[in-house]
Design a protein around this ligand. Structure first.
Ligand code: PHE
Length: 346
């Protein structure tokens, strides 16, 4: 009876040398594959006498099974070793100090915008945001700025087509609100606006906050009352407002609104209106435009001006932010200078 001792010795020696998956499959090919040594033994069957064939067959099979077991054990070992190596590679040292990641903070414009929204939301205003690309109709015509009206030149417009433009103010939000809703209306329209203008106090893109109230019996007094509350919350308790006559096609009467200078009111070395760098000695700072909604605008939106009246205002958010934080140049808001921006960490 053959026990294939020699082959078994060879197999044992070979499997002991196997270190990785590639060597393991080489081992399989040499011994257990179709052309391998053990498969080759079966071919010797021809020369075995008939009565010994069953025993010979069984012996070959025993060797095959034995070699397969060796193969499987090795395979499991290699897998386990690879797994351990992977675990080692992927181990995280939880005691290592973490990479420092500087936390971000909100941009001063965003901070003031949010603060303004909070103040007006407290007075019952809803928020609406209109599109930045507007048509002539919403940005000008229905706001009572006719095609050939000289007041179109008050704002240097970026035209996109003959009819489309980048909105020059948030006032088209008034029209869109009145188209969508019947009075009573109390809405705030924050957003970016665009004008071809650039210097220390102007930027081609800036932000406005439009306010619109339409109801029965709304007057200029309501406007001043709301704005008083607004400036007191933003600039401090004692701040007052002053209305000066002005002109906007969509309001009548129109006003320019000044706030009493909070800088000379705060700093004891400045007497109000006396040598203060912020108000240039006048005691007042201009902060926004507004007025009573022009009857023509109400009519353009299908609202009866005999029944309803309205007030509107437009506040430049950058201007309020510059005043509040003493930022001298509008360009600073858009430069992403970290030394500036990091001063606004909450
Ligand atoms: N839309 C005006 C501007 O951008 C501001 C304004 C708004 C004036 C609402 C009156 C009423 O200059």
């Amino acid at each position: 009876m053959k026990d294939f001792g020699e082959i078994k010795e060879q197999v044992k020696a070979k499997i002991a040398e196997v270190k990785d998956g590639a060597q393991l499959s080489e081992f399989w090919q040499s011994y257990l594959g179709k052309t391998g040594v053990i498969s080759g033994l079966m071919k010797e069957m021809k020369s075995v006498p008939p009565e010994e064939k069953p025993n010979f067959g069984k012996a070959v099979n025993d060797v095959r099974v034995w070699a397969q077991e060796l193969y499987q054990t090795k395979q499991a070992e290699i897998k386990q070793r690879e797994l351990e190596r992977r675990y080692e590679r992927e181990t995280v040292d939880v005691t290592m100090p973490a990479l420092k990641r500087a936390p971000g903070n909100l941009h001063p414009i965003t901070l003031i915008k949010q603060e303004m929204i909070e103040v007006f939301a407290g007075m019952g205003f809803d928020i609406y945001e209109g599109p930045e690309i507007e048509d002539d109709d919403h940005n000008f015509t229905r706001l009572n700025v006719a095609k050939d009206h000289p007041s179109r030149d008050m704002q240097d417009t970026f035209w996109l087509t003959e009819d489309l433009l980048l909105r020059t103010h948030t006032s088209p939000g008034q029209i869109r609100t009145m188209d969508a809703k019947k009075p009573p209306i109390k809405v705030l329209v924050p957003g970016k606006v665009f004008r071809s203008d650039s210097d220390a106090t102007h930027s081609p893109m800036f932000s406005q906050m439009e306010g619109l109230v339409v109801d029965k019996g709304i007057t200029l007094c309501d406007l001043q009352g709301m704005l008083d509350r607004f400036v007191q919350q933003i600039f401090g308790g004692g701040t007052k407002t002053r209305l000066r006559p002005s002109y906007f096609p969509f309001t009548e009467p129109s006003v320019e609104v000044d706030v009493s200078c909070f800088e000379c009111a705060r700093e004891t070395e400045f007497l109000p209106g006396n040598g203060c760098p912020l108000c240039k000695g006048t005691g007042w700072i201009e902060v926004l435009g507004g007025g009573v909604v022009n009857k023509k605008v109400l009519e353009n939106c299908g609202i009866d001006p005999e029944e309803y009246s309205g007030l509107a205002f437009g506040i430049g958010i950058e201007r309020i932010t510059m005043l509040k934080y003493g930022i001298p140049n509008m360009g600073l808001f858009f430069e992403n200078n970290l030394d500036l921006l990091q001063q606004f960490k909450g």
